[in-house]
Design a protein around this ligand. Structure first.
Ligand code: ATP
Length: 242
C-alpha cells in the first residue's frame, strides 16, 4: 500500500494558448487533509480535472496511489463532491436513499440489481453523514447544507480512499458550514480518508485542515497549517498576485 496518494511532477496545462498550470509539483500523502487555495482563475478546477482523469497534462507526470494516471484503474478509490448546494429543487422526485444509491450504480447497474449488502452500504453512508432520519425524504425538500451532506454520502458509498471537494460549502449558512467541516474531520480521522478541499474561506478551512497548498498557476506554498499561519500577510497576498 503506497503512502502517497497524489504525486504531480512538472505539470503544465494550457487551454489552447492560455496557460492554466505551469510546472506544478504537488505531493499528497495518505491521511492528509489538504486545503487548496488560490485566486479565481488560479487553476484549482483544472488541477482537480487532471486528478479525476478528465484532462490530460501536456507536460509532466501524474501518479495516483503510486500508479501513473494513464495506467490507473481503481478510480472508485477517488470520490468527488462539487459545489452543489440546493442542486435539487423542491419536489424533485428522488429520495435521499435513491440519490446516494446512484453512487454505486456505475459499479452495480440498476437499483433493482442491488443486493442486501449494497443496500446496507447506502444506509451506512447516509448514517455516516448524520442524515439517517431523512433517508426516505425527497432530496429537494432538504436545505443546501443537508443536500451537500447527501452528496458526500453519495461519494462515500463506493468507499473512496481519497475525496476531492471543490468549494462544497458555497451557499451554505455558517452553522451548517461548521457541521460540514466537523464531518470532514471525522472522515479524515476516523475513516482515514485523504481529503483535498478547495475553499475560498481560508479562515474556516485552515482551522480544520492539516495542510495548505496555494495555487496560482504554480504551487507558491505547500506546508502545514501552522507554517501557513506564520506567513506574513504580504507573502500570502503575493500568492494572489497582489
Ligand atoms: P475559480 O476559483 O474561479 O473557480 P480556478 O482556480 O478553479 O478558478 P480554473 O477554472 O482552473 O481556475 O481556470 C484556470 C484558467 O484557465 C483561467 O484563466 C480560466 O479562465 C481558464 N479556463 C478554465 N477552463 C477553461 C476552458 N474550458 N477553456 C478556456 N480557458 C479555460
Amino acid at each position: 500500500m503506497t503512502d502517497t496518494i497524489v504525486e504531480l511532477k512538472n505539470i503544465r496545462y494550457a487551454y489552447e494558448d492560455k496557460i492554466a498550470l505551469k510546472d506544478v509539483n504537488l505531493s499528497i500523502p495518505r491521511g492528509a487533509f489538504l486545503g487548496l487555495v488560490g485566486p479565481n482563475g488560479g487553476g484549482k478546477t483544472t488541477l482537480i480535472k487532471l486528478l479525476l482523469g478528465v484532462l490530460t497534462p501536456q507536460h509532466g507526470s501524474i501518479e495516483l496511489f503510486g500508479t501513473p494516471a494513464n495506467k490507473f484503474k481503481d478510480w472508485q478509490k477517488i470520490g468527488f463532491v462539487s459545489q452543489k448546494a440546493n442542486a435539487f429543487n423542491r419536489g424533485f422526485p428522488a429520495t435521499v436513499k435513491e440519490v446516494v444509491a446512484t453512487g454505486l450504480t456505475a459499479q452495480i447497474g440498476y437499483l433493482k440489481f442491488f443486493t442486501k449488502k449494497h443496500r446496507e452500504k447506502v444506509k451506512e453512508a447516509i448514517e455516516l453523514v448524520g442524515m439517517s432520519e431523512y433517508i426516505n425524504q425527497n432530496i429537494g425538500d432538504l436545505s443546501g447544507g443537508q443536500q451537500q451532506r447527501i452528496f458526500i454520502a453519495r461519494a462515500l458509498v463506493s468507499e473512496p480512499e481519497f475525496l476531492i471537494l471543490d468549494e462544497p460549502t458555497v451557499g451554505i449558512d455558517t452553522e451548517n458550514v461548521q457541521k460540514f467541516y466537523e464531518l470532514l474531520g471525522k472522515l479524515n480521522h476516523e475513516k482515514k480518508i485523504t481529503l483535498l478541499l478547495v475553499s475560498h474561506d481560508i479562515g474556516t478551512m485552515t482551522s480544520h485542515a492539516n495542510g495548505v497548498a496555494c495555487l496560482n498557476k504554480e504551487i507558491h506554498f505547500h506546508g502545514d497549517t501552522e507554517a501557513f499561519h506564520n506567513l506574513s500577510e504580504q507573502r500570502i497576498s503575493s500568492f494572489y498576485g497582489h
